[in-house]
Design a protein around this ligand. Sequence first.
Ligand SMILES: [Fe+2]
Length: 259
Amino acid sequence: MKIGIIADLHLPKKEFPPRPEPGKRPEPLPDDPVTAKAKVFYEKAKEEKYDFVINLGDLINGTGNGDDDYMTAMMFSRSMISSTVNTYYVLGNHDAMFIPKDLLLHCSQTLGGAYSFLKDGILFIALDANYSCDGKAYEPGFADWTDSYIPEAQREFLKNQLDREDFEKAVILCHHRLDLFMDDLERVNPHVVGNAEEIREILEKSGKVALVLQAHYHSGDETVFNGIRYYTQRAFFKNGAYSVMNIDANGITLEKEEI
Ligand SMILES: [Fe+2]
């Protein structure tokens, strides 16, 4: 299985050309630099036959106008459809803080943006940490990105998924960091989910989690805790950074690339 990983595109507001004069064809506006690089990435994904793409969140940067931000996200997804490579989205804080969740198709009342899918014996479980520590889901207007949390319903979902018997290894997807990452003053860095320790315990107990894919921390990083690898994808908006994940009988490899 070959999978493309991207994160943190932070797309600017999608601009549209003005309505053309009667009888004239509209002149398309050039793509912003991130969208242009994303098109190159999706062309590659098609040529090199990626099985799918995982987008680890913060697709949009957010303008404060929900309609504009929703349109930016929708137009981006639509313009990548021609590559024919399917994308699994994970919800980032910018997405959740600017786009109402009921407009995001895979979000549910109880699990937010959490979901799972099984491919070739690998169970992928996406988590949604866009909650404040009192368990309330982010909504447009919420501004404290340092307050992130995985609520009880998702913790139960995670345990139930990891109890399944139809998979060999699990890969966890989360926009926010779940590893133990300290800042210069040796405090847990605010890019880490508020109750990450509790989540790590669930992952470690299962014994079947091979990898956690995370984003949000734009420089990227890699750590290993108690046998689980935590791979933080570098932000795409900076250098067109992405990764190619190969999963085969020998295990999981990740290669860093740029556009
Ligand atoms: Fe983020």
